[in-house]
Design a protein around this ligand. Structure first.
Ligand SMILES: NC(=O)c1ccc[n+]([C@@H]2O[C@H](COP(=O)([O-])OP(=O)(O)OC[C@H]3O[C@@H](n4cnc5c(N)ncnc54)[C@H](OP(=O)(O)O)[C@@H]3O)[C@@H](O)[C@H]2O)c1
Length: 240
């Protein structure tokens, strides 16, 4: 029986590449999304990967959604907390709503998804939790006090939970992507994109597959000795 992997925000961007890479590696994959039904339907049609709609910001919806996924596919053994949003503004213009939405999705979302799955992983003595943070959670970014705080929180969460999961066979790791060529990044004017690329030593943006390959490795049995780690995948743009 293949292992079941659940990827939040797994129908678009980096998450879609992760879902596909895990499927190709032999996992049974469920991908969640928040609202873009059209993209999710197209993704399922093209890949055969089941998609489920709920917001990671809502704890009860996560618990209900996870129960549905497990009833359909079996116990979730690999969780990829990838769903994330930006609500950028310089701090003096940042609204409480911009702060809260990013915290609710990018930080509490990780709690809301991991918490209902944790008892089952402990019981089965196996689990993989892989969180997708960001270069901007490591170095901070102008206009992203909310995003940088939430993404830095994901790194702290990972380090704490790794210690709790270790004896139960559960690894918890975090990946910090640099700038990746998703729709969001490709939508910025070419000049701005060029100036971003000029700050990346390898001379290119990341591809979603660059991140997906890290996830597949961390999910594998071969990565069982790696826990609490921060994998930096940013083309050398920021060295920790
Ligand atoms: N792109 C980059 O350069 C970059 C760099 C560093 C880190 N990251 C991180 O990598 C992750 C993926 O980024 P991306 O650029 O691939 O994003 P994206 O293309 O905007 O896709 C985001 C995905 O997350 C889902 N989502 C958003 N809010 C959600 C919620 N409340 N509940 C459930 N799903 C939700 C979206 O669902 P819908 O399709 O329904 O909207 C979509 O499937 C994020 O955590 C991001 O912060 C990205």
């Amino acid at each position: 029986m293949s292992r079941v992997a659940l990827v939040t925000g797994g129908s678009r961007g980096i998450g879609a590449a992760i879902s596909i890479a895990l499927k190709n590696a032999g996992y049974t994959v469920a991908a969640t999304y928040a609202g873009n039904d059209e993209a999710a339907a197209k993704f399922t049609e093209e890949t055969g990967i089941k998609t489920y709609k709920w917001s990671v910001a809502d704890y009860d919806a996560c618990a209900e959604g996870i129960a549905k996924v497990e009833a359909d596919l079996g116990p979730v053994e690999v969780l990829v907390n990838n769903a994330g949003i930006t609500r950028d503004a310089p701090f003096h213009k940042m609204s409480r709503e911009q702060w809260q939405e990013v915290m609710d999705t990018n930080l509490s979302g990780v709690f809301n998804m991991t918490h209902p799955l944790w008892p089952g992983m402990r019981e089965r003595k196996f689990g993989r939790v892989i969180n997708i943070s960001s270069i901007n959670g490591q170095k901070g970014q102008f206009g992203q006090a909310n995003y940088s705080a939430a993404k830095a929180g994901d790194i702290g969460f990972t380090k704490a939970l790794a210690q709790e999961g270790a004896r139960a066979g559960i690894t918890v790791n975090v990946i910090c992507p640099g700038y990746v060529a998703t729709e969001m990044v490709m939508a910025v004017p070419e000049k701005v994109r060029e100036s971003i690329i000029s700050t990346i030593p390898v001379g290119r943006l990341g591809e979603p597959e660059d991140i997906a390959r890290c996830v597949v490795f961390l999910a594998s049995d071969d990565a069982g000795f790696i826990t609490g780690s921060t994998i930096t995948a940013n083309g050398g743009q920021y060295l920790t």
